[in-house]
Design a binder for this molecule. Structure first.
Ligand code: NAD
Length: 427
């Protein structure tokens, strides 16, 4: 632990990791009963893996790519967390995301620790064959670190069920038999779960509905919603929000956004984005920029793209009364304070986007038992766990007189700390 600590402290830390550590320090101030050595220990990743590997491009040239996998804390069970393909991936970003996974799994009471992985690549610039070769080589480099009892990857930004299928196949070919439980978010025919693709977006809307209900706002058609990011999380949140009767007035992707105060037809926007590669220029909507999306007139804002979107520079312009975090780390600690001062009710990432890891857990359980559930069962159990975690966070907020972000972290960190205390420090 000491060697890892000193190395991390001397490195320049990227924004997401600074945010994760600032949140941690803020939360642990309230944990008077947890010993200082446990608080210090939980601040650092357990192990970090970096790899540089060659991939042959279609033109015959070989290019070297960099990938990471970080296991943050594994006291509650095998580590769990997605794999991100993005040109902006850094080791610090992966550390931050791994730490958030530890708190997320503990908060929703799953028997998992936290992990995250990433490859520095723009997947859009690769052919399907190049993407497969890159994925298989990265997966084979990860073999000493992943398995159903140790660390179980899943999709994140820039990866999907096809990428998970290639990882599962690469691992299985190395073992000599099929190991579906080594990753989650796989296609259903090879051991995926019903409901996994839409689970995160659905969970975000379940949290939004709990927050609105708590404040006595029960008429869905009176509530307008704006969503940043229209990938897996954003588009599924938009679709489910509309199904539940809410008015989705604005959505965006990396190319920009669209706005219609009377509400967008979400299945039509999904079809338009599929056909044109962008949500922009959708008929019956006005084009807006990504920064305008964050400050558009609406009741609920759902950031569902990436980290550090709501910052000290724009938080005072947010007009929403609720922020429900679909993305991981979209709000900086300074922005948290500004939103709090303005009376905005925020449901934090580790709670709001936990639907993905919850159904990933169901998928892993189903794979280990070779016994599969139907979609109704998945949705019922997802809702049960989300609502329980929401109530637990709210009760922690009331007990310690905290905002929901700090309460979620306090509740989660307390659980991890209790497990460390019970297990003791090895040797
Ligand atoms: P995705 O790759 O499917 O979609 C990302 C979306 O964000 C795309 O529409 C993209 O165009 C848009 N985007 C990217 N950069 C942007 C920018 N600078 N401004 C505006 N839009 C931008 O990814 P995803 O799986 O939907 O993940 C989105 C977020 O949700 C990430 O923070 C991820 O860590 C988090 N998350 C995902 C899951 C999951 O199950 N997929 C679970 C929990 C949390």
């Amino acid at each position: 632990m000491v060697a890892v600590m000193s190395r991390i402290k001397t490195e320049e830390q990227a924004d997401a990791y600074k945010t994760a550590l600032a949140q941690y320090d803020r939360a642990t101030q309230h944990l008077k009963d947890v010993s200082e050595d446990i608080i210090e220990y939980m601040r650092y990743p357990r192990r970090e893996f970096a790899v540089n590997f060659p991939v042959r491009r279609d033109n015959g040239m070989v290019e070297v790519f960099t990938g990471y996998r970080v296991h943050h804390n594994t006291v509650l069970g095998p580590s769990k967390g997605g794999i991100r393909y993005s040109p902006h991936v850094t080791l610090d970003e992966v550390r931050a995301l791994a730490m958030w996974m530890t708190w997320k799994c503990a908060l929703v009471n799953l028997p998992y620790g936290g992990a995250k992985g990433g490859v520095v690549v723009n997947p859009q610039e690769l052919s399907q064959g190049e993407l497969e070769r890159l994925t298989r080589r990265y997966a084979s480099e990860l073999i000493p670190l992943i398995n159903p009892q140790m660390d179980i990857p899943a999709p994140d930004m820039g990866t999907n069920s096809q990428v998970m299928a290639w990882i599962m196949d690469t691992y299985s070919m190395t073992m000599g038999y099929s190991v579906p439980a080594v990753v989650t978010g796989k296609p259903i025919p090879i051991g995926g779960s019903e409901g996994r693709t839409e689970a995160t977006g659905r969970g975000v809307i379940i949290c939004m509905m709990e927050a609105l209900k708590q404040h006595g706002e029960v008429d869905a058609d009176k509530i307008s919603v704006a969503i940043q990011g229209f990938g897996n999380v954003g588009s599924n949140a938009a679709r489910y929000a509309q199904e539940m009767g809410f008015k989705v007035v604005a959505v965006s992707d990396i190319t920009g956004g669209i706005y219609n105060p009377n509400g967008l037809d979400i299945p039509a926007v999904i079809e338009h984005a599929r056909a044109t590669g962008s949500v922009q220029n959708f008929p019956e909507a006005e084009n807006i920029t990504n920064s305008e999306l964050l400050t558009v007139e609406c009741d609920v804002l759902i950031p569902a793209a990436m980290e550090n979107q709501i910052t000290a520079a724009n938080a005072h312009e947010v007009r929403a009364r609720y922020v429900i975090e679909g993305a991981n780390g979209p709000t900086t600690p300074e922005a948290d304070d500004i939103l709090n001062d303005h009376g905005v009710f925020l449901v934090p990432d580790v709670l709001a986007n936990a639907g993905g890891v919850i159904v990933s857990y169901f998928e892993w359980v189903q794979d280990l038992q070779s016994f599969f559930w139907d979609q109704d069962e998945v949705y019922r159990q997802l809702r049960r766990i989300m609502v329980k975690a929401y109530d637990f966070t709210l009760a922690t907020a009331e007990k310690y007189k905290l905002d929901m972000r700090t309460a979620a972290q306090v509740g989660a960190i307390e659980r991890v700390a209790a497990a460390i205390k019970m297990r003791g420090f090895y040797p």
